[in-house]
Ligand binder design. Structure first.
Ligand code: HXC
Length: 259
């Protein structure tokens, strides 16, 4: 349990990684350390089967703490070895379905935090963007890379070069968010969907690995990775359960054990 980042798991195996650092959930060194711990917990705890990222009902995260960053020298950033990048990498590698529920601002590092999730559900009052350029810097925790892989080169360039804020609806049109919900419903909708995934088979982990790691490779290597992971699913009990259930009862009725 961190001071700013907590992990709370419900009875359905859905953990919420909640950021709470008033007034705008700005990310400082302590926050990224706590993100790393939360990522490790969600990865290792077998009772956690899906994850929701949430900054609370007002703001998702307004980015790295500018008042802190302003004082940090090049040498200090270099020596710190990319703490936020490492924490986001750990979040992105959680081998379970992760959904970001975005209320209010998701800017800079806040938008990049959302980019570590598989899906982004935005409140109708959400505003997303990568405004680093307005500070004379560039995104440094996935905003030039995860964003580009998600929305494509031209749209990522527009978002990063302009530094402008995008409404939830604009972000949906860009492909940056997957769906838009009323602000007081978005968290519940994300949890609801996460609970469905929490009932899914162990194969979901293999699918996430195949897609996320495959996209980093040339096509031949990625297809070999897919074959390896496809074959590996046959070693799971869930594959037996899923196929037997189809034969006995038709599609979509299997009750998986996630092993
Ligand atoms: C530190 C911040 C902050 C931030 C807001 N505040 N954003 N402090 N870091 N990122 C502080 C303000 O200084 C102010 O403090 C209080 O929060 C409320 O902010 P206001 O500006 O008064 O509120 P509002 O008018 O509602 O505007 C909210 C806002 C705006 C749209 C979020 O504050 C804003 O544009 N913030 C900066 C967003 C940004 O540029 N993010 C990218 C950061 S760079 P006081 O003390 O005056 O009340 C980044 C790089 C990541 O993320 C890569 C790292 C490796």
């Amino acid at each position: 349990m961190g001071e700013f980042v907590t992990v709370l798991t419900d009875d359905h195996g859905v953990a919420t990684i909640r950021l709470d650092r008033a007034p705008v959930n700005a990310l400082n060194e302590q926050v990224w350390g706590e993100f790393g711990e939360a990522a490790a917990q969600c990865t290792e705890d077998a009772d956690i089967r899906a994850v929701v990222l949430w900054g609370g009902p007002k703001v998702f995260a307004a980015g790295a703490d500018i008042k802190y960053m302003k004082e940090v020298s090049y040498q200090e950033f270099f020596a710190s070895g990319g703490g936020l990048q490492r924490a986001f990498e750990a979040l992105a590698r959680i081998p379970k379905v992760v959904i970001a529920a975005i209320n209010g601002y998701a800017l800079g590092g806040g938008c990049e935090w959302a980019l570590t999730a598989d899906f982004r559900y935005a409140a109708d009052n959400a505003q997303l963007g990568q405004p680093e350029i307005l500070l004379g810097i560039i995104p440094g925790a996935g905003g030039t890379q995860r964003l580009t892989r998600l929305v494509g080169v031209a749209k990522a360039k527009e978002i990063v070069y302009s530094g402008r804020f995008y409404s939830a609806e604009e972000a949906r049109e860009l492909g940056l968010v997957d769906c838009v919900h009323p602000a007081d419903e978005v968290y519940d909708r994300a949890v609801e969907t996460a609970r469905q995934y929490a009932k899914g088979p162990y194969a979901l982990r293999m699918a996430k690995k195949a897609i996320d790691e495959g996209i980093e490779m040339d096509l031949d290597s990625a297809l070999r990775l897919e074959t390896t992971l496809f074959t590996a699913t046959f070693a799971t009990e869930d594959a037996r359960i899923g196929m037997q259930s189809f034969v006995d009862s038709g599609p979509g009725k299997a009750e998986f054990k996630q092993n």
